[in-house]
Design a protein around this ligand. Structure first.
Ligand SMILES: [Zn+2]
Ligand SMILES: [Zn+2]
Length: 377
């Protein structure tokens, strides 16, 4: 579902108001008299860190400036000899379409490792500002967990002393009202952000995928397991992609083998494959590499450094992914399929468009536009 505001700045104003209200009302209404000095310092430190990481997520461009990319990287991308990136210029912004880039409708530029266009930051979440986004979510969780534990403690105290005469005091009544509003509100923020943070970590760190890539991958998985005919259609599509893609590298023997398999599948034969034996997401290079790509470093201290982001220099290495290696022999069809680059382009036609899409919409009608991507039909 796309969230769009009549005025884009509403998207920033709403979370800012929630953060400000929760912080100040909780402090001045309840916690002012009960927190120790150290607890007060921690309370405001977390609030400042939320605001600052939020600010950085809003103002940091999501994609490296093309001028910072090395010439060798650009010529690698442009080098059609390798057949890795079939189309190299974005139709919308006329710039080189880098690997894993999508053109954002709102930012009107191609964003590398575009996760989604976030209405709450008025910015894309992409390669260069991922850590700010993750830190923002993490600080919200740290802060609301602390706040929630303090509020529940105060609520419990009031409950214990419910029969004592001080309960009749006016300010106690106010406290009860404030706690009744604040506790559910804080739980709501905590739960929503926790789910978002877990999903982001699962996609990006565990699977090495952006939200868009995860969505594409899941869709292909659904097609694979949906029915026998859709599985065969996917197998056929992949085999055709293989022929189109690596035709210069395939031996005559391999081509004959693939063509034979295609015609037998078209004639109703079955090909026994498991999903992971023919589908590969080539940018998932394991946990530690995924952490480095997302957070810029494996050092946990740098994860909490407010200014730390991945270096553009690392993006220049992004083409080091699991793909066809000329030094290896490729004679098994399944192995060859695992060398197909992403996106796999499982759609009605087998041509790549702008080096873009796998599939444009899933069975629930969700489209790439829901992530903010702009594309031509
Ligand atoms: Zn573009
Ligand atoms: Zn954007």
């Amino acid at each position: 579902m796309v969230i769009e505001f009549s005025r884009p700045w509403y998207g920033v104003a709403i979370p800012s108001c929630i953060i400000f209200t929760l912080t100040t009302v909780s402090y001045f209404g309840i916690l002012q008299d009960v927190l120790t000095t150290n607890q007060t310092i921690w309370y405001f430190t977390t609030a400042i860190m939320i605001s600052y990481s939020y600010y950085l997520a809003i103002v940091t461009p999501p994609t490296p400036a093309p001028s910072t990319l090395t010439q060798s990287f650009i010529s690698d991308v442009m080098n059609n000899e390798n057949d890795i990136f079939p189309t190299t210029t974005c139709k919308k912004c006329k710039k080189i379409k880098l690997p894993r880039a999508h053109h954002c409708k709102t930012c009107n530029t191609c964003v590398v490792m575009m996760d989604h266009h976030c209405p709450w930051t008025m910015n894309c979440v992409g390669y260069t500002n991922y850590p700010h986004f993750i830190r923002f979510l993490a600080w919200v969780i740290i802060s609301t967990t602390n706040l929630l534990s303090q509020l529940i403690k105060q609520a419990y105290k009031l409950y214990i002393y419910r029969n004592s005469p001080f309960h009749l005091y006016q300010n106690v009544k106010y406290k009860i009202i404030i706690l009744t509003l604040l506790i559910p509100g804080t739980i709501f923020v905590w739960l929503t952000v926790l789910l978002l943070l877990l999903k982001t970590l699962q996609n990006q760190i565990w699977n090495g995928m952006t939200q868009i890539e995860y969505w594409q991958f899941e869709m292909i998985e659904n097609k694979y397991f949906q029915s026998k005919s859709s599985k065969v259609a996917l197998q056929l599509q992949l085999l055709e992609n293989l022929l189109n893609f690596y035709n210069k590298k395939l031996s005559t023997d391999s081509i004959t083998k693939i063509q034979k398999l295609i015609s037998s599948l078209q004639n109703g034969a079955r090909w026994n494959t498991s999903f992971h034996s023919i589908i590969n997401f080539p940018y998932d290079l394991g946990l530690s590499n995924n952490i480095t790509t997302t957070m810029g470093s494996l050092n946990p201290l740098s994860w909490f450094n407010p200014w730390y982001t991945p270096l553009t220099a690392s993006y220049n290495k992004i083409n080091e992914f699991a793909i066809w290696d000329d030094n290896e022999t490729h004679d098994n069809i399944k192995d060859m399929l695992l060398c197909l680059p992403w996106p796999l382009n499982y759609s009605n036609n087998s041509t790549f468009q702008d080096g873009e899409l796998v599939v444009k919409s899933n069975d629930y009608g969700e489209t790439l536009q829901d992530f903010g991507v702009d594309y031509d039909d």
